[in-house]
Design a protein around this ligand. Sequence first.
Ligand code: GLA
Length: 406
Amino acid sequence: MRKFILLALGCADAYNNGVARKPPLGWQTWCSAGPCGTDHCFDYQIKDTAKAMVDNGMKAAGYEWIILDDCWHPRRDSNGTLVPHAAFFPDGMMPVIDYVHSLGLKFGLYTSVGTTTCHGGWSPGSLGHFEEDANLFAGWGVDYVKIDYCGKDDSPEGHKNFSRALNATGRPIVLELCRGPYQEQADWGYAPSIAQVWRATGDHHDKFSSTLEQVEAMSRPSIYIPGEGGSGPYGWAYGDMMMTGGEGCFPYDPKVPQHCPKQTDAEYRTEVSLYAVLGSPMMVGTDIRNMTAIMTQLLLDPTMLRINQDEEAKIGEKISTCGGTDAWVRHLTGGDVAIALPNLGDDAATLKVCATDVGVSATEFTAMEVWTRKSLTPSAAGDYSIAVASHDTALLYLSPRNDAAA
Ligand code: GLA
């Protein structure tokens, strides 16, 4: 049986079993059908969603994950084996997993480190069954496991033991540890050495205050250190699923994809811009069977994705520029720079970023705003000014003048 090793990456140690070199991009079930707890979890919904990911251009843009959250497994059988929900998966899990794989996509499942899962404890957790569950998942061809932190006897030791059990299966599986916000948990420094994704935030919801909480949690200096919680190749601080385009409607028809957005288009632009610059995994938590105009604009934008999926994956960080504006800045491979300038105020504002604060000489760079594709001309002093609507975000992309990319 193959054992994986921890590979040193620069000065940071990330758990490298060959998967999740870049932040995972995909879709997940939790909250996807409406208020959290009303998930898409029928086999036909999962298949339709996977098909939609191919047909709507997401797969071609780089999205590849279909992840089932806390919805799929109500019990164990008399042998202790997890059993998929009979009404949701009348033919078991394999036809769904095989279908997802046949489309060239990858498949993930959810469990918990304690005795039960998190949604009212309706489902068995993996405690006492780590090896058994890891082997079941690997045997089914699962590519990603999210392990939550609920039920009795949840513990960091459990996370570590579950990681060992997954590792021992010999199948390269992405492990997501869900126990956020990262910085507030005792003994949480172990995440990058045993998993590829860890929750840097509490649960996200479809409201702007929640988007701001995610960004704030992802912007704390303590998660900027690769190896200790900061993102880098094979290890990603995660802002939870994205609610871009709006949660589902309630009550809902499982066959009719609908959105009942609780944020404005501008607010979704802020969500996506910040997730891109901070290099967070992007798991869409809304119904991609119905791509609204704002979902298409934001989720498929090639420059936004290039920022999020940057090759070298240096961490983006929050800085203060021009004596007061908060800017989220990411230095990209080849010398390009991405800058998110959110306007969190209730009125439109002109925001300013000073080139020297982001380490560039304005005369040597071209600049454009990603969402409008408009180029920006710096002032003689080397600052860029841009009008930004309330709760919207300007996403600037700077390239060295001799760089034809972007
Ligand atoms: C917790 C997690 C969520 C989701 C639910 C499922 O709240 O943080 O992401 O997995 O459990 O019950």
